[in-house]
Structures are given as structure tokens and as C-alpha cells.
Design a binder for this molecule. Structure first.
Ligand code: 9YT
Length: 141
């Protein structure tokens, strides 16, 4: 069993700040924990907009506090986000994520797991997992 507390992640290398200050993410579970997914808490700062496009990952995001919205760039549809909203990026959906009046507190999981060494590229993507093909085969049965 692994037990971690937010207090020990804040200020460690598991806490990652966006270069532009739009978000901060605490990575509770990473690839080397060998869970098959990674698990993050991401704070999206109020009033910010971030372009994200996870071309190599599936991600589920659940909001537990604050407010904001997600714009699906394929359809143009804007979905409000508040405590209790979940979105699943099951089709590598390119999107804009906006913080609202308050900072938004999001719980996120990735498949394949984030290793912790990725950086968002200019498209808002992360590099593929070293065994991305195996994960894809499992997802697609
Ligand atoms: C909201 C969202 O997509 N969070 C992803 C995780 C975060 N950007 C990180 O840990 O790098």
C-alpha cells in the first residue's frame, strides 16, 4: 500500500507549475508506481485559459471545487464545470480549459500513466508513454 498526503507533495518534484502560471498540478501517482494510470490534483487558476490536446493519452477529470468551463475545439461546444462535473477525454479531444471566478480544483487520471518527465509541447500534448502501444491494445480489447 502507498499512502501520500498533499502536504508532502507540495514543494516536492511531484508538484509541477505551468510556465505561464495558469495551473499547478500535484502528481500523487505516477508511472513508476505501476498502477496502470496516473492520478493528479490540478488547480486551474481563476480567469485563465489553457489550450490542451492530449494526443497520446486518455484522461478523466473530476471537479471537486471552484468553477470554470471546457470548450471542445472540434464542436465549439462550451461545457460549464463545477463541483461534481466530470469530463472524459476519450477521443484525444483538443480543448480550451478556463478557470472561472474561483480557482478550480480538479482530480485527474491518465491512461497510459504520466511518467513525470513529460512537458506540454506547443500543442498542449504529452509525449507518448514508452509502452503506449500495449496500453492502446488493452483499452481497445
Ligand atoms: C486538468 C488537466 O488536464 N490536468 C492534467 C495534469 C497536469 N497538467 C499535470 O500533472 O501535468
Amino acid at each position: 500500500m502507498i499512502v501520500r498526503n498533499l502536504d508532502e507533495i507540495i514543494g516536492s518534484e511531484r508538484e509541477v507549475h505551468a510556465e505561464n502560471g495558469n495551473w499547478v498540478s500535484r502528481r500523487f501517482v505516477l508511472d513508476d508506481d505501476k498502477a496502470g494510470f496516473s492520478f493528479h490534483e490540478t488547480i486551474i487558476k481563476a480567469g485563465t485559459e489553457t489550450h490542451i490536446w492530449y494526443k497520446n493519452h486518455v484522461e478523466a477529470v473530476y471537479c471537486v471545487a471552484g468553477d470554470g468551463e471546457i470548450e471542445d475545439l472540434k464542436t465549439g461546444k462550451v461545457h460549464p464545470i463545477k463541483d461534481g462535473t466530470l469530463y472524459l477525454l476519450d477521443d484525444h479531444d483538443e480543448h480550451l480549459l478556463r478557470g472561472g471566478k474561483e480557482d478550480m480544483r480538479l482530480i485527474c487520471t491518465f491512461n497510459p500513466p504520466v511518467t513525470g518527465r513529460e512537458h506540454h509541447d506547443e500543442d498542449g500534448a504529452y509525449a507518448p508513454h514508452p509502452r503506449a502501444a500495449e496500453y492502446k491494445a488493452v483499452r481497445e480489447g
